[in-house]
Design a protein around this ligand. Structure first.
Ligand code: SAM
Length: 223
């Protein structure tokens, strides 16, 4: 299976480069280095390099490689950056960012579901520059703020100001915001903080699980 997975990985990365999604050498290197299969449930490992989202635990998903590539390239991460991620899920996106920021950088990743926090923690055991937090990520993590970059991997009803306020001046934030809740369609926003104001760009439409929390959607139990 390893040989086949390796071939599929080379093919997927080549395709993402050919269509102009993966561009930056450091990001391409991170995609080459991180084994996506290590962040998937045993029954899905053979699909690690199929360009699709797959279920993980607690009805959540590991995002599609295409989406992770778009979000990572748009985030413009650099060596030494401190990045806040909301929605650790499997930990795969954190691992990609960890390779890019290096040992002088840091990833703070927040997950709200204990089962997934434990799952990400075990998947990321060898990544020393990632701090995982079990909490409502819509509050951000003021203790480590301000951040060079913020990435939200679940769909918000609106941009939580708690997060924007923890972004550095000239910092970049990527966040999917719901356009049509019934059809599960979100627009991916790239937001740059310029003189304290939001400069927004829409990157396209995507489908994400909801961001649940104080400044996100209510959980089913609260409805
Ligand atoms: N980045 C992940 C990966 O690489 O596997 C994919 C994340 S998955 C699409 C979205 C995650 O956001 C889920 O694990 C979900 O539990 C989490 N989430 C939703 N609302 C949250 C919140 N308020 N705080 C933290 N995590 C949240």
């Amino acid at each position: 299976m390893l040989g086949r997975l390796k071939q599929a990985k080379v093919k997927l990365i080549k395709n993402l480069k050919d269509i102009g999604i993966l561009k930056t050498p450091e990001i391409i290197h991170a995609f080459e280095k991180v084994p996506r299969e290590d962040f998937m449930l045993p029954e899905y490992k053979k699909h690690a390099y199929v360009d699709e989202a797959r279920p993980i635990l607690a009805h959540q998903t590991i995002s599609q490689p295409y989406t992770i590539a778009v979000m990572t390239e748009s985030l413009e991460p650099n060596l030494g950056h401190k990045i806040l991620e909301i929605g650790s899920g499997s930990g795969y996106q954190s691992a990609i960012l960890s390779e890019i920021v290096g040992q002088k950088g840091k990833i703070v990743s927040i997950e709200r579901i204990p089962e997934l926090y434990d799952y990400a923690k075990s998947n990321l055991i060898n990544y020393k520059n990632i701090e995982l937090i079990l909490e409502d990520g819509t509050l951000g993590y003021p203790k480590e703020a301000p951040y060079d970059r913020i990435i939200v991997t679940a769909a918000a009803p609106t941009l939580p100001n708690t997060l924007f306020s923890q972004l550095k001046e000239q910092g970049i934030m990527i966040i999917p915001i719901t356009k049509n809740q019934e059809q599960n369609i979100q627009e991916m926003y790239k937001i740059i903080k310029v003189s304290g104001e939001q400069k927004q760009e829409i990157l396209g439409t995507y489908g994400f699980v909801p961001l649940i929390g104080k400044y996100g959607y209510k959980s089913k139990e609260e409805e």
